[in-house]
Structures are given as C-alpha cells and as structure tokens.
Design a protein around this ligand. Structure first.
Ligand code: PGA
Length: 244
C-alpha cells in the first residue's frame, strides 16, 4: 500500500498563509510516490479544500465531535468537516487527549462518527516520556489502540510518542520498529485479518533529515508531520522520501 504523508497544521495559519502553503504543496505533490493529506485549522478548511480540489492533495480535519449535531458550543461535527471538503480526520491526537482530556472510549465514539460520514479516521496513540522511562510504553499504546478503535476499524493509526512531538527528539529506529510491530500485533488481535493492511504512521519530529530512515522501517506506513508541514519545501521533501 502507498505510504501516507499527512501534515497536521495544528492551530497555525490565517487564510492567506494557508492558501499559499496549500498552493505550494499542490505544486510539488503531483509526482510524489505517496498519498498526501493536509489537515488545516477548521476555519480555513473549506478554502484549502477548494485550492487543492482536483489535485493529488487531500484535506482532513484535526478533530470532530462524536455527536451528529446539537448543543455543543465550539465543536465541529464529522458531517461539517465532510461538507467543508475534508476526506479524513485526525482523532485522539495527544494534544486533544492532554488539553481536552479525551479518553480512548471518547476517541472511539469520534471514530464511529467520522466513519459514518465517510471520513478516513487517523487515530493517534503514543506514550509519555514517564511511561517510556518506566518501560510501560507498549502496555500504554496497546490499551490506547484497543480502546480507541471500534470493531471493524478500517482507518489509519498514527504512533506519536508524546515526548517526540515538537521536541526535535525521536525514538531510535529499533524503538520505532518495535512499537510498530506491537501495534500491528494488536490490530491483528483486535480486528483479525482486517488489521493486516492498515497503515501505521509514525509521527513526532519527522523532518527532511530523518524522514527517509523512519519511512524505511518495517511496518511504517507513512508519517504524520506537525512543525515541518508548515514549510512546503520541508513537507514535500519528507513526502519525497516515502517508500513506493
Ligand atoms: P511534530 O508534530 O512533527 O511537530 O513533532 C507531530 C504531530 O503532533 O502530529
């Protein structure tokens, strides 16, 4: 399966810079050996989707509510993302789990809502530094994967160690490979054969300088890129390093 390189713009970008970034990504995306997704802030999602329409670049949201609609001030439903032009949505990012106290069962409910609207869910999991230092990383991630996925899940998983996000630090190649193997085993246990082909992205300080090595590791099905996705040249360099 082609690798997926997804850019998580987080809470960055007003309309003008977002459109400029999207145009630059589109210009470089045509010949890439991978699927490319950008996840802009909700306020510019429709405009970015319009800019990339008909190109190789897809657009995703960064979160959605589990309910279809109703009295949830400030929240955005999966249908709204879809209506604005999204085809995917990041769910359970560690910044959501930390800043908004999202639990894995809540993430699972969001996955169900996203799938019901035809969005590809990208479910994030990852241990904190304290959990890794205590040797608990596999237990933590196993529980997050198990509890965040509904039966029959057919989306994408992103392994993002919390301590590697935005820090410039990454796990060793052996640690990434070990965790991806662990996640694959959980997917097979949880989903049966359906778990064999799902892409498991790596995320956390992916840069042009380390992308080729990370993307070549066994069971790495792509990358979820934060900081480096805000510069088109860096994001495209990472995507160009994808294994085809
Ligand atoms: P980073 O973020 O690439 O800036 O480390 C990754 C993410 O949070 O998805």
């Amino acid at each position: 399966m082609r690798q997926l390189i997804a850019g998580n713009w987080k809470m960055n970008g007003l309309l003008a810079d977002s459109l400029e970034l999207a145009s630059a990504v589109v210009k470089g995306a045509a010949a890439l050996p991978c699927d490319v997704l950008v996840c802009p802030p909700a306020t510019v999602l429709r405009a970015v989707a319009g800019k990339v329409a008909g190109t190789a670049v897809a657009v995703g949201g960064q979160d959605c509510h589990a309910k279809e609609k109703g009295a949830h001030t400030g929240d955005i439903s999966a249908a709204m993302l879809k209506d604005a032009g999204a085809s995917a949505v990041i769910l359970g990012h560690s910044e959501r789990r930390t800043d908004h106290g999202e639990s894995s069962p809540e993430v699972r409910a969001k996955v169900v809502a996203a799938v019901a609207c035809g969005l590809l869910p990208i479910v994030c999991v990852g241990e904190t530094e304290a959990e890794r230092l205590a040797g608990r990383q596999e237990d933590v991630v196993r529980a997050q994967v198990w509890d965040s996925l509904p039966d029959g899940f057919a989306g994408v998983i992103a392994y993002e160690p919390v301590w590697a996000i935005g820090t410039g630090r990454t796990p060793t190649e052996a640690d990434v490979a070990a965790m991806h193997a662990c996640i694959r085993a959980v997917l097979l246990e949880r989903l049966g054969e359906g778990g064999r082909r799902l892409r498991i992205l790596y995320g956390g300080s992916v840069k042009p300088a380390n992308a080729r090595t990370l993307l070549a590791l066994p069971e790495v099905g792509g990358a979820l890129v934060g900081g480096a996705s805000l510069a088109a040249a860096d994001f495209l360099a990472i995507a160009a390093a994808a294994a085809d």
